[in-house]
Design a protein around this ligand. Structure first.
Ligand SMILES: Cc1ncc(C[n+]2csc(CCOP(=O)(O)OP(=O)(O)O)c2C)c(N)n1
Ligand SMILES: CC(=O)[C@@H](O)[C@H](O)COP(=O)(O)O
Ligand SMILES: [Mg+2]
Length: 628
C-alpha cells in the first residue's frame, strides 16, 4: 500500500509510473469505501483521480496554486495533502469540508462551492504574481459543466486578451450534474472525437511539407490552403482564437499522457488550455453507468450500489414537480426553467412530459432569469426554479430585468434555509434580504408541503408582477395533502395558535419550531400566540396593527439572515406606523457562517430551536407583566 505514507504531495515525485497507477487504484478504493459511509460527490472525484495525481506530480503545490472550480471534486487533492485521516468526518459538523477550505490546508488557496469562479480567481492570482515579479504556476481545474457558467467566459475573454501565463485544465466528462447542455458542450464533443481530425491534420502537414520548395505565388497559396485547412481541422480552434494555446484532447485516466502534457504545459508561457477527457464515476460501475445519480451520493452499499434512501414525507421538489405538472396540464402558458439543476429541482418528470416547455440553460442563473423576463413580456408564464444560494448569482437580473419592469415571473426558490452537508457556500439565507427590497415583489414561504402546493397554485394564478416562494431542502412534515388547490389571499398570515401577551410570528420551517416552543411554555402557564407569517412581502398589515393595538410583544423567527430579513421588515413596519414603543425581537441567523453538518446541528448553532424560542418568550414575559 502506497497511500498511507503519502502525507505530502512532494512524496509523489519519487514514485514510478506503475506506482502512480497503483496509487490511483488505492485512492479510488479509499473513496468508494469512505463515501459509502459518509456520502458525498463520489462520481466527480472518481473522475479526477489520475488528473489530480498528475497535477501534484508535475507542479509544486502550494507554491504553484491549484484552484478547483465548484470544488466538489477536491477530495483527491485533500487526500494527497495530508487530510486522509479526516475522511470519516467528510461533510460532517466540525469535520472535513466537502469543498476547498483555506483554514484546512495551505494547499487550499481558493474556496469554491459556487460554479465558474476558478478562472477569474486564477487570473487574479496570476496577475498578482506578475505584479510581485514572482515565479510560480497558477492552475485552474474547471469542468465542462462549470465552463457553461457566464463568469468563465468573462474570464476566458480577459485572460486571452491579457495573455497572462496561467494553465486551465478543462476536465471534460460530458456531464454537468445532469448531462451537460449547450453549444459549448457540443463544440467540446467535436474536439473529443477529433482524433480523426488530428490524424488528418498531421497527414496534411506531412503532405504539404513534401511539396518541393516552390517560389512566390504557389508557396503563398500552399500556406493559405494549409491555414484554411488547419482552421477546419485543428483542435480547440475556439480557444486558440481566444488567445490560448490548446493542448489535447488527452486521456484523463492515462498517467503517461497526463504527465507528458502537463510537463509541456508547465514549460510554456501565456494562457494554456489543457483539454482532458475523463469518465465521471470512473472505476465504480454503478457510478460509471449513472454518474447523474452518483453526482451527490447518499451513503450506499458498495457491492450492490444501493443507496440508503431516506424514506419519509414527500420532498419539497416532488411537491413542486407534481403541482407544476397538474397546473401545466390546464395552463399552456406555464413553462419551467432550471440553470443546470433539473434533478435537484424535481423537474425531470416535467421535462419528460413537457419537453417543449422545459429549459435547462446550463449553469447560467443570470441568463435563466432574464430569459424568463423576456418570456413574460410575451405572455408566457415562466417559472424559474433556482436554489436560493444560486439565485444570488442573478441578483441584478431580478432587480433590473424583472422587478423594475414588474414582469410576471414566478421564482420557485428551493433550498431556502440551512442545507446541511454542503455548508455555508450553499445555505439559502440571504434571499429574503435581497428580494423584499424590490418594488413589486411578492415573497412567501410555506409552513409545510400542503401549504406549499397552495402557494405554487396561488403564484401561478397571480398576474400582477414578480412573485416568489421560498422553500426548504428536503422533505415536508408528513401532513395530509389537500386534493384541491386553495387560492391564498396575498399578504395574509394565519394564526395557528391563539395566545396572549406575546405573539410569535414564525416563517416557513420555523412555524413547527415555534409550536414546539409553545408546547414547552405551556407547563409554565404561558401561552403565546403562534402565527404562520406566510408572507414576507407584503406584510399582513391588519394583523400587525392589531398586535400593536392589543399591546402584544412580538417575536419574529426565520431560518434566514436576521439582517434585512422578515424580522427587519416587521421592525420597519412599526417604525413607519409610529409604534415606537412596540417590542419586537427578531430571531434568525446572525452574522455568522455556519459550516457543514446536519440541518438540526446548524439550527442549534444558530439558536433556532424550540428551547431558545421559549427562552426568548420567557424573557419578554415578566417585562410585559411589569409594564402592564
Ligand atoms: C452557480 C452554481 N450553480 C449551480 C451549481 C450546482 N452544481 C454543482 S456541480 C455542478 C455541475 C458541475 O459540472 P462540471 O463542472 O462538469 O463538474 P463534474 O461534476 O462533471 O466534474 C452544478 C451545476 C453550483 N455549484 N454553482
Ligand atoms: C456541488 C453542488 O453545488 C451541487 O452538487 C449541490 O451540492 C447540490 O445540492 P443538493 O444536493 O441540495 O441538490
Ligand atoms: Mg463535467
Amino acid at each position: 500500500m502506497l497511500l498511507p505514507d503519502l502525507d505530502t504531495p512532494e512524496k509523489l515525485k519519487n514514485l514510478t509510473i506503475p506506482e502512480l497507477e497503483q496509487l490511483g487504484q488505492e485512492i479510488r478504493q479509499f473513496l468508494i469505501e469512505k463515501l459509502s459511509k459518509t456520502g458525498g460527490h463520489l462520481a466527480s472525484n472518481l473522475g479526477v483521480v489520475e488528473l489530480t495525481l498528475a497535477l501534484h506530480y508535475v507542479f509544486h503545490s502550494p507554491k504553484d496554486k491549484f484552484i478547483w472550480d465548484v470544488g466538489h471534486q477536491s477530495y483527491v487533492h485533500k487526500i494527497l495533502t495530508g487530510r486522509i485521516g479526516r475522511f470519516d468526518t467528510l461533510r460532517k459538523y466540525k469535520g472535513l469540508a466537502g469543498f476547498p477550505k483555506r483554514s484546512e490546508s495551505i494547499h487550499d488557496v481558493w474556496e469554491t462551492g459556487h460554479s465558474s469562479t476558478s478562472l477569474s480567481a486564477a487570473m487574479g492570482m496570476a496577475l498578482a504574481r506578475d505584479l510581485k515579479k514572482e515565479k510560480h504556476k497558477v492552475v485552474a481545474v474547471i469542468g465542462d459543466g462549470a465552463l457553461t457558467g457566464g463568469m468563465a467566459f468573462e474570464a476566458l475573454n480577459h485572460i486571452g486578451h491579457e495573455g497572462t501565463s496561467l494553465i486551465t485544465i478543462l476536465n471534460d466528462n460530458e456531464m454537468s450534474i445532469a448531462p451537460n447542455v449547450g453549444a459549448m458542450h457540443n463544440y467540446l464533443g467535436k474536439l473529443r472525437t477529433d482524433h480523426n481530425y488530428r490524424k488528418a491534420k498531421e497527414e496534411l502537414e506531412l503532405l504539404l511539407k513534401k511539396i518541393p520548395a516552390v517560389g512566390g505565388k504557389l508557396a503563398k497559396t500552399a500556406e493559405k490552403i494549409k491555414d484554411t485547412l488547419k482552421y477546419l481541422l485543428v483542435s480547440g480552434i475556439l480557444f486558440e482564437e481566444l488567445g490560448f494555446t490548446y493542448l489535447g484532447p488527452i486521456d484523463g485516466h492515462n498517467i503517461n499522457e497526463l504527465l507528458e502534457c502537463l510537463k509541456q504545459a508547465s514549460q510554456m508561457e501565456g494562457p494554456i488550455l489543457v483539454h482532458v477527457i475523463t469518465k465521471k464515476g470512473k472505476g465504480y460501475a454503478p457510478a460509471e453507468e449513472d454518474s447523474y445519480a452518483w453526482h451527490g451520493a447518499s451513503p450506499y452499499k458498495i457491492e450492490s450500489g444501493e443507496m440508503v434512501k431516506k424514506s419519509g414525507p414527500p420532498s419539497y421538489p416532488s411537491v413542486y414537480a407534481n403541482t407544476m405538472m397538474r397546473i401545466a396540464e390546464q395552463d399552456q402558458r406555464v413553462i419551467a426553467i432550471t440553470p443546470a439543476m433539473p434533478g435537484g429541482s424535481g423537474l425531470t418528470k416535467f421535462a419528460e412530459r413537457y419537453p417543449e416547455r422545459f429549459f435547462d440553460v446550463g449553469i447560467a442563473e443570470q441568463h435563466a432569469v432574464t430569459m424568463a423576463a423576456g418570456m413574460a413580456t410575451q405572455g408566457i408564464k415562466p417559472v424559474c426554479a433556482i436554489y436560493s444560494t444560486f439565485l444570488q448569482r442573478a441578483y441584478d437580473q431580478v432587480v433590473h430585468d424583472v422587478a423594475r419592469q414588474n414582469l410576471n415571473v414566478f421564482f420557485a426558490i428551493d433550498r431556502a434555509g440551512f442545507v446541511g452537508e454542503d455548508g455555508e457556500t450553499h445555505h439559502g439565507l440571504y434571499d429574503i434580504g435581497f428580494l423584499r427590497s424590490q418594488p413589486n415583489m411578492v415573497l412567501m414561504m410555506p409552513k409545510d408541503e400542503n401549504e406549499f402546493q397552495h402557494m405554487i397554485y396561488t403564484s401561478l394564478q397571480y398576474n400582477e408582477g414578480p412573485i416568489a416562494v421560498r422553500y426548504p431542502r428536503g422533505n415536508g412534515l408528513g401532513v395530509p395533502m389537500d386534493p384541491e388547490f386553495t387560492l391564498l389571499p396575498i399578504g395574509k398570515s394565519e394564526i395557528v395558535r391563539p395566545g396572549t401577551e406575546v405573539a410569535i410570528l414564525a416563517l416557513g420551517t420555523m412555524v413547527q419550531v415555534a409550536e414546539e416552543a409553545a408546547d414547552l411554555l405551556r407547563s409554565e402557564g404561558i401561552q403565546p400566540m403562534i402565527v404562520n407569517a406566510r408572507f414576507v412581502k407584503p406584510l399582513d398589515r391588519d394583523l400587525l396593527l392589531r398586535l400593536a393595538k392589543e399591546k402584544y410583544h412580538v417575536i419574529t423567527v426565520e431560518e434566514a439572515a436576521v439582517s434585512g430579513g422578515f424580522g427587519s421588515a416587521v421592525l420597519e413596519f412599526y417604525a413607519e406606523e409610529g409604534y415606537h414603543d412596540m417590542v419586537v425581537n427578531p430571531i434568525g441567523v446572525g452574522d455568522v457562517l455556519i459550516e457543514q453538518g446536519s440541518v438540526i446541528e446548524q439550527r442549534i448553532e444558530a439558536g433556532l430551536t424550540p428551547e431558545k424560542i421559549a427562552k426568548h418568550t420567557m424573557d419578554l414575559w415578566p417585562k410585559k407583566r411589569q409594564r402592564a
